[in-house]
Design a protein around this ligand. Structure first.
Ligand code: SF4
Ligand code: SF4
Ligand code: SF4
Length: 552
């Protein structure tokens, strides 16, 4: 169950369907009209809970709608003569196919027992880690395998999980193929504990695979044995860093370790350790089954697809899988349905790559989403987040929010990151309150460069991205804050005064929404704001259809 559907009560909707139809999940009504299936995330989180009937998606379903849906009152075509498949966006044990369609590739590879062939195929496919840095997965496998062979040490597979629920058996098959390739006998799925339904689904899937002897001793009668364990993550952004993750697996504090110690050579309990993001692992069975050429045809420059999370000021935020090389604008328009309130607002910037990603201005929306293109412009693939912001958002305020978050997530081990992020936060706080100077901008830039060059781990290095990209593309806005003492977006309250210009038509809309009643209002006459009473909430700025409310 996706978090959106879960939070919005999908389980109650499912229970209501069961009650109304008199059947359980996976069953068909005696009249053969309805089969009730629980589905994974359907990718429209803002519209949750979702019900899918054949190809039709019904959004924001409430238990009280269920009866009407079954009577056909929610359909354009109310004559439901053909059998219908109902899918509620919630949890389903293991897989709708019952597991029959999985593991055929693994079975074939197990028989061949040729790790070099698996590694060569993954290397040729040019699959890159989907966790952010984009390291080539085949190269990583090769390093682990070499260490295993040279030192006769059993390897370990560690998978950092966030999206297990989408296709758990495919993920387990990917882990098994990786284990076969790097000669691992033990694997871990590291999971954050917040999302209970996905965790339960993962345990179901592992138990199922164990019951079929895909996990365990002498798998399917071969001499390959592999055990897979689930570890609940210690939480925190930094535990996503591979060396910190391995530390937590060994019961230690989740702090990054020096990079000269390669995890591929000496990771979990000093064994060669193959660490991968779960999205990367999910690609492996398909590559091994369909071949390198199939995979390399998908995507432009970087190969394959990427899960992207679209959020912010778009009509349809949600989760989407797109070929690498798709442009940012294609995602915003074709998936997101464009910006909200397009008549009033325009896109000001997109924040790409998650908390340590970069800010890109609206004239860069045709940029292709691939590892190298994003890096060149000061962003990263990171978590695949694309957050769209309209012209009512202030860059200084957005950056302050971001740096405050990052400062809280720093593990504190090294000075540049621990002190640098704290200082950057303080400077941005001052700028947003009208206490900044030009020197602060130079200092901010210095701090970011120091973070990039001297931080101990990638977290600190990439934490420079939001600062440097904001200063690079929105320098003018920063100067306006420190020099002109004005925030044109009307967000930083100390730097904002709303005024009504003579374009005002006297429509009275602003006066109606003003929470303090401080707008002098007479129909068809110029309206005036009483600055003494104005609390700078921006509601008048937001509603005016004539651009008559402006920031001075
Ligand atoms: S860069 Fe930040 S997160 Fe990484 S070790 Fe230093 S303080 Fe910790
Ligand atoms: S909403 Fe705009 S046009 Fe209407 S009264 Fe207010 S300022 Fe004037
Ligand atoms: S900013 Fe808010 S309080 Fe001030 S005039 Fe506009 S609506 Fe009223």
């Amino acid at each position: 169950m996706g978090p959106g559907c879960h939070a919005k009560g999908a389980q109650t909707v499912l229970d209501t369907f069961k009650k109304e139809l008199g059947i359980s999940e996976g069953e068909t009504t005696p009249c053969q009209k309805y089969t009730l299936l629980a589905s994974n995330c359907l990718g429209a989180c803002d519209q949750a809970p979702l019900v899918k009937i054949n190809d039709q998606l019904i959004t924001k379903v409430n238990p009280i709608n269920v009866s009407a849906i079954l009577k056909g009152e929610f359909f354009n075509d109310t004559s439901l003569d053909t059998p219908e498949i109902l899918q509620i966006s919630t949890n389903h044990p293991v897989c709708a196919c019952g597991g029959d369609k999985h593991f055929s590739t693994f079975k074939k590879l197990l028989k061949e027992n040729n790790p070099e062939k698996i590694i060569e195929t993954i290397r040729d496919s040019r699959l890159q880690g989907r966790g952010g840095a984009g390291f080539f997965t085949g190269d990583k496998m090769q390093m682990v395998f070499n260490t295993h062979r040279e030192n006769q040490l059993d390897s370990v597979v560690v998978v950092n999980s966030a999206i297990f629920e989408l296709d758990p058996l495919n993920v387990i098959e990917g882990i098994l193929i990786s284990a076969l390739a790097v000669r691992a006998k033990l694997g871990f799925i590291c999971y954050r504990n917040e999302h209970l339904p996905a965790l339960l689904k993962m345990n179901d899937a592992i138990n199922w695979a164990r019951s079929k002897n895909f996990i365990g001793k002498n798998i399917l009668g071969s001499n390959f044995s592999f055990d897979l364990k689930v570890r609940h993550g210690a939480g925190g952004f930094i535990v996503g860093e591979s060396s910190a993750l391995v530390q937590t697996l060994m019961g230690k504090v989740g702090e990054p370790q020096a990079k000269y110690i390669k995890l591929a050579q000496s990771g979990y309990k000093k064994r060669p350790t193959f660490i991968s993001n779960i999205e990367t692992i999910a690609n492996i069975p398909q590559i091994m089954e369909k071949g390198v050429d199939w995979f390399r045809k998908i995507g432009h420059h970087s190969k394959g697809t990427k899960l992207l999370s679209l959020s912010g000021d778009v009509k349809n935020p949600g989760f989407v899988e797109a070929p690498l090389g798709t442009t940012i604008n294609e995602i915003i328009q074709n998936v997101g349905g464009g910006i909200t309130s397009p008549k009033k607002r325009t896109i000001k910037f997109v924040q790409v790559g998650g908390p340590t990603g970069g800010y890109l201005p609206s004239n860069m929306l045709e940029l292709k989403i691939d590892y190298d293109s994003l890096k060149e412009v000061g962003a990263i693939m990171g978590s695949g987040l694309i957050s769209v912001k309209n012209d009512r958002k202030c860059l200084v305020d957005s950056l302050l929010y971001q740096i405050t978050y990052l400062a809280g997530e720093s593990c504190g081990k090294c000075t540049p990151c621990r002190e640098g992020l704290y200082m950057a936060k303080r400077i941005l706080h001052n700028i947003s309150r009208g206490k900044g100077s030009k020197n602060d901008l130079a200092l901010l830039s210095d701090i970011a460069q120091t973070l990039r060059e001297t931080s101990f781990c990638q977290f600190g290095k990439t934490a420079s991205n939001p600062i440097l990209s904001a200063l690079r593309y929105f320098e003018q806005e920063f100067f306006e804050h420190v020099d002109g003492k004005i925030c044109r977006s009307g967000v930083c309250k100390e730097l904002t005064q709303f005024h009504i210009n003579d374009q005002c038509t006297g429509c009275t809309l602003c006066a109606k929404v003003c929470p303090t009643g401080c707008i002098t209002s007479r129909k068809k006459e110029l309206h005036i704001i009483d600055q003494q009473k104005c609390i700078k909430c921006g509601a008048c700025f937001e509603v005016c259809n004539f651009k008559s409310v402006e920031v001075r």
